[in-house]
Design a protein. Structure first.
Length: 549
């Protein structure tokens, strides 16, 4: 396999020599490092790489170059290598141009010159960018392959599971890709068994359950220890925050996640308001970084579902979906929320076959040059609209109100207004969806009129409900299913006997001592990634206090 290419461009010979030297010193084992002294020369190299089908991983370009500025070069490179990571090399005076380029040229990062020492100011950033590129890049494939039907809900579920764990996989549509039939013929299965997952070792699974697929991928499903200090149920931002702090502070920490790391935030196509990431990043990237960090610090992960929880002899005992039991001294519930379903005729039959809840990034490419509809006016809907606009012919945002101002961040509203193939439909709602095997039409009520429109996909973001139905028999939940914690247990007159112990509950403690709740599933929580991470880390502080009693 050809090595991916890193291309550095700068008209200043000394700077070009320096960046070339530093890149080769760190990356030459895994990448081929090329250089160019002008934007025109760089475009020639890019065209030649494209003709030879050689992958470009990273393009670094100086801003101030005669003939073609760096921002212009980075923008033009997207036509040839849309997935390559783009970095602008700037002086202090060019930072304003760099910030504008984040949106206009889809810049991934900008680096201030000089970057000495590179071990601190250059390599960490480039390693992160190259790691993200590797997670998305699809070379001549030798890994996991998924054969299925485009309109199969189970195929959609399996794609999301693999993508959530950042497992590089090749999707082969049995109806349109001749290679799918050839690969299926090499297994013991037929078209009636689809979807089929073929591992890198050639072992095939037909219509696998998540636990089967997790086992094939090498994800653990059995606990390694007899007793843990803390078990975290859910690996969204709150759970991952708790895992990082729990493991780093010496607690024997286990995280149990039934889906994929990141929870609802992990499906976000772009998070641009999280502290420390000025160019934004996808929810999957953020989740994978946090997951890797927690594992490095000593946290243990299980790809399983928690079915039940009970208290026995002061310990908390969790029963997993595979029948295994886990004993722990403390529990942090970070189960998060799930999207509310749209209750209109035809919706259930088409779920996963053109109707999707959440961003469904795995389906974006199948929307190429088609019309898609988004229901909802929050940030998740806006982020999804921006992502889909890169593929779809037109993206329509359906909202009941007159605008997005009441529910969406200003930066997203501004980006949407500047994207010509996104259209807002105010005072509108979806009243029906139609289609035989897959979504074909959405029926809209726009003001006083009703009209049917052709649609390739419908993405739904209409609020969330807590994923706590399995635990509300043990801990106290409010009328909507959110878990009550801390002062709510003693100060709210509606729950006069919810706390029965001498001490007051800790701030994130439920009515069961040693069982804490954090993140979006907790009553009163703020639905933001940063606050969820803070909730999870704060919960660990109170776990320590509980364990020290």
């Amino acid at each position: 396999m050809k090595k991916p290419v890193i291309l550095a461009v700068d008209d200043d010979e000394q700077v070009l020599n320096a960046i070339d030297r530093d890149l080769r010193a760190e990356f030459r084992r895994d990448y081929r490092v090329l250089r160019a002294s002008s934007g025109a020369a760089a475009l020639d190299i890019l065209r030649e790489l494209h003709t030879r089908a050689e992958p470009l991983a990273l393009l670094l370009a100086d801003q101030r170059m005669p003939g073609m500025e760096g921002v212009e070069l980075l923008g033009k490179s997207r036509d040839l290598f849309p997935e390559a990571r783009r970095v602008l090399l700037t002086a202090y005076a060019d930072t304003e141009a760099a910030i504008r380029a984040i949106n206009n040229a889809h810049l991934d990062y900008y680096l201030m010159k000089p970057w000495d020492p590179p071990q601190h100011l250059l390599y960490p950033t480039l390693h992160d960018l190259l790691g993200a590129w590797q997670a998305q890049h699809r070379p001549d494939f030798q890994g996991v392959r998924l054969i299925g039907f485009q309109w199969s809900p189970l195929s959609h579920e399996l794609k999301n599971f693999l993508a959530g764990y950042l497992v590089a996989f090749e999707w082969l549509d049995f109806e349109t890709n001749p290679a799918a039939a050839l690969l299926l013929g090499s297994t013991a299965f037929t078209a009636a068994d689809l979807p089929v997952v073929v591992g890198a070792d050639g072992r095939a699974l037909a219509r696998p359950a998540r636990s089967e697929l997790a086992e094939q991928l090498g994800l653990p499903s059995q606990p390694k220890a007899d007793l843990y200090d803390v078990v975290i149920v859910g690996a969204g931002p709150s759970g991952l925050g708790a895992a990082v702090y729990g493991a780093s502070e010496g607690l024997k920490t286990l995280v149990v996640e039934r889906g994929a790391p990141g929870g609802q935030a992990g499906t976000s196509s772009r998070i641009e308001n999280y502290l420390g990431f000025p160019t934004g990043l996808s929810g999957a990237e953020l989740s994978h970084r946090a997951w890797s960090q927690a594992v490095r610090l000593g946290a243990e992960f299980l790809a399983e579902e928690v079915r039940a929880i009970r208290v026995q002899d002061g310990y908390k005992v969790l029963t997993l979906g595979n029948g295994a039991e886990v004993r722990t001294r403390a529990v942090v519930l970070t189960t998060g929320v799930s999207y509310r379903t749209l209750d209109v005729p035809g919706i259930d039959r088409l779920n996963g076959a053109g109707v999707y809840y959440g961003a469904a990034r795995t389906e974006a490419r199948s929307c190429e040059q088609q019309d898609v509809y988004i229901v909802g006016g929050g940030n998740s809907a806006g982020q999804s609209a921006m992502y889909l606009a890169a593929y779809a012919r037109r993206v329509f945002i359906v909202v009941r109100g007159k605008s997005l101002a009441a529910s969406m961040s200003a930066y997203l509203i501004e980006q949407i207004a500047g994207t010509p193939n996104i259209e807002l439909l105010p005072f509108s709602q979806v009243v029906e969806v139609r289609g035989e095997q897959h979504l074909e039409e959405v029926v809209l009520q726009i003001g006083a009129r009703t009209e049917a429109r052709p649609a390739r996909a419908l993405f739904v973001f209409i609020g969330a409900k807590p994923s706590t139905e399995w635990v509300c028999h043990l801990v106290l939940c409010d009328a909507k299913g959110f878990v009550l914690t801390g002062r709510d247990l003693v100060a709210d007159p509606r729950y006069p006997t919810s706390w029965k112990y001498k001490r007051e509950p800790f701030a994130l403690e439920t009515c069961v001592p040693g069982v804490f709740a954090a993140g979006d599933g907790r009553a009163g929580a703020m639905a933001r990634v940063a606050s969820a991470v803070g909730d999870g880390s704060t919960a660990i502080k109170f776990v320590h206090q509980y364990l020290d009693e």
